[in-house]
Ligand binder design. Structure first.
Ligand SMILES: Nc1ncnc2c1ncn2[C@@H]1O[C@H](COP(=O)(O)OP(=O)(O)OP(=O)(O)O)[C@@H](O)[C@H]1O
Length: 305
């Protein structure tokens, strides 16, 4: 198997007595889009800064592109496109000056791909950085991160401030990047976006990873809802005996089932009750995601790690 593009073991960072991240194990494979989700203050940016050699971990090991982020920080930045959470660069420079400076620092002779990205994201080039809106700064940051076609992209909430059309364009860009065999590590608050593009994702909460899985794997554990309509009042006892089924009645002839267990026994029990109508909703990943956010018991969330 190929060496992972990113690998951490027991990664921990404290800020004085304050928790940053604790005991993080991450493994991101080459060509993978890996989503890193978590609520405010969970530890996403701290993790990313360690990967980029900007923070020294308190303990644990980190490997990025086979390199040590502290010892090989220059090499890692050369081969990576990094979009920080807040792009705070040379406030008086225009976007054009900034792009030119970074292009020549990277020794980029051919700027066609860069210029194509500028056009795709409609980047404002002539105003000083300090006068740009959050979204316009972010668009410039995306071009800076992607323009040299790096083998690894490390993106800290890349779509914050982007409008829906540009978010879609950004998703296209991520897919093209992965199709090219390059790797993306993407932190986000936005589950919709992550489930659309990520091959796998990890959820971090209060500095610890609570789950790592594929989107499909997570979906298998997400609750499904089924609404049943009957032409008479029914006996609920067969449904009540099933594991992983919650029953809510809506009047005498309507039931709503929330199903977290296996489907087949539910379908058999439902068929025996002879409903006149069934409405089934797809697995609700949002609901599952919120349970990870809310849950205070980490052990209960470890099913798929
Ligand atoms: N330089 C620092 N000094 C002290 N505490 C810090 C520092 N950087 C981060 N922290 C703390 O570490 C924890 C994780 O913060 P971090 O910024 O990594 O979270 P995040 O998941 O990126 O949050 P957000 O989604 O709000 O950007 C927080 O409790 C934060 O207060």
């Amino acid at each position: 198997m190929a060496t992972p593009t990113i690998e951490t073991h027991g990664l921990t960072k404290t800020f004085g007595s304050q928790r940053g991240i604790a005991d993080l194990d991450l493994q991101v494979e080459p060509g993978e889009i890996f989503g890193f989700l978590g609520p405010n203050g969970a530890g996403k940016s701290t993790t990313i800064r360690i990967l980029m050699g900007l923070y020294r971990p308190s303990s644990g090991t980190t490997n990025v592109l086979g390199l040590d982020p502290l010892r090989d920080v220059v090499e890692i930045h050369r081969r990576t496109g990094y979009l920080p959470g807040e792009l705070a660069l040379y406030p008086r420079m225009s976007g054009r000056q900034l792009l030119d400076r970074f292009s020549s620092a990277r020794g980029m002779g051919d700027t066609r791909y860069r210029d194509d990205l500028v056009a795709r994201f409609d980047v404002e080039l002539d105003r000083a950085m300090q006068l740009l809106s959050k979204g316009n700064r972010q668009k410039l940051g995306i071009v800076l991160a992607f323009m040299h076609r790096p083998e690894l992209l490390v993106l800290d909430e890349p779509t914050s401030g982007l409008d829906p059309l540009l978010r879609r364009e950004f998703v296209n860009l991520l897919e093209e990047t992965a199709a090219d065999g390059r790797t993306v590590f993407l932190s986000s608050h936005d589950l919709d976006e992550v489930q659309r593009v990520a091959h796998r994702l990890a959820i971090i909460k209060e500095g610890r990873i609570v789950v790592t899985d594929t989107v499909e794997g997570l979906r298998r554990h997400a609750p499904r809802t089924m609404e049943l309509v009957f032409d008479r009042a029914v006996d609920l006892s067969t449904l009540e005996r099933l594991d992983g089924v919650e029953i809510a009645t809506e009047g005498l002839r309507r039931l709503r089932l929330t199903i977290t267990g296996p489907l087949a026994p539910v379908l058999r029990a439902v068929a025996s009750l002879d409903p006149v109508d069934i409405l089934s909703r797809p697995a609700d990943l949002d609901e599952l995601f919120l349970t990870y956010y809310r849950s205070s018991d980490r052990e209960e969330s470890r099913h798929a790690v």
